[in-house]
Design a protein around this ligand. Structure first.
Ligand SMILES: [Zn+2]
Length: 530
């Protein structure tokens, strides 16, 4: 038995740029080719597995799991790096394509016997495959009449009988029913005991923990984690920033339901104009957001692997914040825009899920329209508001940020006032720092409108916040903030920023925040921008 050794696998694709501007037309005219850019599907992936070991490949869709399996199986060539293994490989990737619905179960079993190069005669092997899969009594049925899970038993059993020493398995393992899955797991465990190596891609953490010894977590082709399965972060998804962001998005429908039930009206704000975004951002950044033409480095910094769907939302995000800020300024009480809070965005680049800085844009729109003179930002997200601090470093808008002392973001910019809260701080330490900071800041800034970023990510169950504040603690924070501001007669534009705890809890925290604000401003018209 030999081990599997994988060193420095890098796979790059060239993709066409999805744009129709003058430059692209010129490139096409002179070169005869469409302009392209490089897309790194896998970046420098190395690991080795001893005989009898199983590796789970985890990460969101599009993270590179299937590409890596294809490279390992020899279906795709890597641009750099090498795979070394001596012995027979069996590849269970997209294996439904081997099967022919118009043929009988027996004929499909014969196809599988040939495909997996089983030693012995094809007829005998077909019988073995059918009986191992519990399909012998259905030998004359057409494969098309079987459920997807039943059909998959054929290639799966053929692979097991092939005598291979290295198995590649994709997510299709999860297609089978519970009893077939249990049988697969038992068979795969037996293979491991006989010294076979397994590499399988999965979203199923239970399966990963049950079968694998080690895990490799990928995001955008990069290694996020490689190590013993027991040391894999609690939710592999949470180790992947893009996945945490997407899970955070799942709270909005729950939050909106709660708001509607509580009698709030949801009003869709129009997207902001280019002119409004240009009050903060550079033309070149906006052009590149529009064309979805970010460099790999920029995509990495933004941590949005699925930027294609997210980036066009930038204009809507800014529009929502502007609408809520106008509502606050004109009513003198409260405006609310739950998705707002892109506080890591700089004028010419995005960071940490924030392509544009909606708070800064809304503040400049209000200043330009003469609706406010001294707006200020109170940023209670668990991460420092570096982009907002940078944009307003000239002092035109005062900023206060209360956040975890170290960790993300590494590139910090001083706010007018910062409260660095030690990592892991619970209610007592957190609330003291926030309350003192808010009081001192309001005396310093004397604002005529406050943008309040009241995120839920200081919550103890948040995957990315790094603080340990309870739900009650967050309630006390919000109650204090809104009562203080209302007591001073300061209107508030409330945005809710990020949340990476389970969606039900994140939605509840966000809902409680809005309720606390509405309670402090009883004349609030209960219209929330979305
Ligand atoms: Zn945050």
């Amino acid at each position: 038995m030999t081990g599997l050794s994988v060193s420095g696998i890098t796979k790059t694709f060239r993709v066409e740029l999805p744009r129709e501007d003058a430059l692209s037309a010129l490139v096409r005219f002179f070169s005869g080719r469409s302009p392209t850019r490089t897309f790194n599907a896998l970046e420098d992936i190395s690991f080795s597995l001893a005989p009898g070991a199983a590796l789970a490949l985890c990460g969101p869709n599009g993270s590179g799991k299937t590409t890596l399996l294809k490279v390992l199986a020899g279906i795709t060539k890597p641009c750099r790096g090498a795979v070394s293994f001596t012995g027979k490989k069996a590849c269970l990737l997209g294996f439904s394509s081997i099967l022919q619905d118009r043929l009988s179960v027996k004929e499909n079993a014969r196809l599988c016997a040939v495909f997996f190069e089983l030693p012995g005669t094809t007829a005998e092997n077909a019988e073995k495959i059918m009986s191992a899969g519990g399909l012998a009594h259905l030998r004359n049925a057409r494969a098309g009449e079987l459920s997807a899970g039943m059909k998959l038993r054929l290639p799966f059993m053929a692979a097991l009988l092939s005598g291979a020493g290295l198995f590649f398995i994709d997510e299709t393992l999860a297609v089978g029913d519970a009893s077939f899955r249990a049988k697969c797991l038992a068979e795969l465990s037996a293979l491991k005991r006989r010294g076979a190596i397994l590499v399988f891609a999965t979203h199923d953490m239970e399966l990963a923990r049950g079968l694998a010894d080690a895990a490799l977590v990928l995001d955008s082709g990069r290694r996020i984690f490689l190590g013993p399965i027991g040391e894999m972060p609690e939710a592999a998804g949470a180790a992947v920033p893009g996945a945490a962001f997407r899970s955070g998005l799942n709270r909005y429908p729950l939050l909106y339901e709660k708001l509607k039930t509580a009698g709030f009206r949801l009003a869709e704000a129009p997207p902001a104009s280019d002119e409004e975004l240009l009050l903060v951002h550079s033309r070149s950044w906006l052009d590149r957001l529009k064309a979805n033409d970010l460099t790999p480095q920029e995509e990495k910094s933004l941590a949005l692997p699925y930027s294609r769907q997210i980036l066009p939302l930038s204009w809507r995000m800014a529009g929502g914040a502007i609408a809520a800020a106008r509502a606050a300024a004109s009513s003198g009480n409260l405006g609310v825009f739950p998705p707002g809070g892109g506080h890591h965005a700089f004028p010419d680049r995005g960071e940490g899920f924030c392509p544009v800085n909606d708070i800064a844009i809304a503040a400049r729109v209000l200043l330009k329209d003469g609706l406010v003179k001294r707006p200020a930002v109170i940023d209670l997200d668990a991460h420092q508001g570096n982009g907002t601090a940078f944009i307003f470093s000239g002092g035109e808008v005062r900023t206060f940020s209360a956040h975890k002392a170290d960790g993300y973001p590494r590139s910090r910019v001083r706010s007018s006032m910062d409260a660095d809260i030690p990592a892991g701080a619970a209610d007592g330490v957190y609330l003291e720092a926030v309350k003192k900071g808010v009081k001192d800041f309001l005396e310093l800034a004397k604002p005529d409108l406050v943008f309040a970023l009241c995120s839920a990510d200081a919550y103890e169950k948040d995957a990315l916040g790094g603080l340990k504040v309870s739900m009650e603690g967050l309630g006390e924070r919000d109650g204090f903030l809104f009562k203080t501001l209302a007591g001073l007669g300061i209107p508030v534009c409330l945005v809710l920023g990020g949340a990476y705890s389970p969606p039900e809890e994140a939605a509840l925290i966000n809902f409680n925040t809005i309720m606390a604000a509405a309670a402090a401003y009883p004349s609030f018209g209960k219209t929330v921008s979305v």
